[in-house]
Design a binder for this molecule. Sequence first.
Ligand code: HEC
Ligand code: HEC
Length: 175
Amino acid sequence: MKPIVARSTVAGLALALTLAGFSLADDDDHHERKGYKRPKRLAVPNDAPLVWKEECAACHMLYAPGLLPADAWRQQMQTLDEHYGSNATLDPVQERDILDFLLRASTANRLPVEPSPTAGEPPRISQTRWFEHKHDEVSEAKFQREAVGGSFNCVACHRDAERGDFDDDRVKIPR
Ligand code: HEC
Ligand code: HEC
């Protein structure tokens, strides 16, 4: 009789895991219904041009194209002369190459563009409803810690953010 008991325990465990899996899926669906669709495909494509990797990470971390919809990137690239108070202009050929790449690599993000609340600023990732929802338990004081520098600096807390990894199992807020 013993083996049968053991087998049913294994089956029970498998069932419990399956149920846990389903409840996670339900959670995601629930968020989608409330309008918090998550950007899809955050991994940086292998064919990303060097000019993007170098120029767009000169002043801050490299933001995966999947974090914003195509129209938001278009606005970013059209306003590089007034880029959040910095001048980030490049030569026209470089700008064209970067824009082409960003548009191509962000096609999986179909979220509507959410303008930055600061007038004249191109859209931010860190001020989308999606971002606020994901961080509704992270206080503003934590974003403002010196070791973080602000909500734009994802990589301070998400070590592998530049590879598009934001898994909350690996998040660590620096002291
Ligand atoms: C000369 C410096 C500089 C360069 C070069 C630069 N940026 Fe920025 N960028 C900034 C600053 C400053 C901010 C605002 C950071 C803050 O909130 O304090 C910013 C913010 C951003 C944000 C918004 C982050 C958020 O809060 O969600 C995005 C997206 C962005 N940059 C994309 C780019 C792209 C794409 C390129 C390459 C074409 C680029 N940046 C090159 C200085 C630069
Ligand atoms: C001050 C540290 C900090 C910064 C900076 C930060 N995050 Fe987070 N992030 C967190 C924490 C903590 C969580 C987990 C929140 C929770 O589970 O309630 C999280 C969760 C997330 C999640 C959900 C992960 C999951 O597994 O569901 C995403 C996506 C995310 N952050 C993206 C970003 C992006 C994009 C940026 C930059 C524009 C950023 N974060 C900046 C601390 C930070």
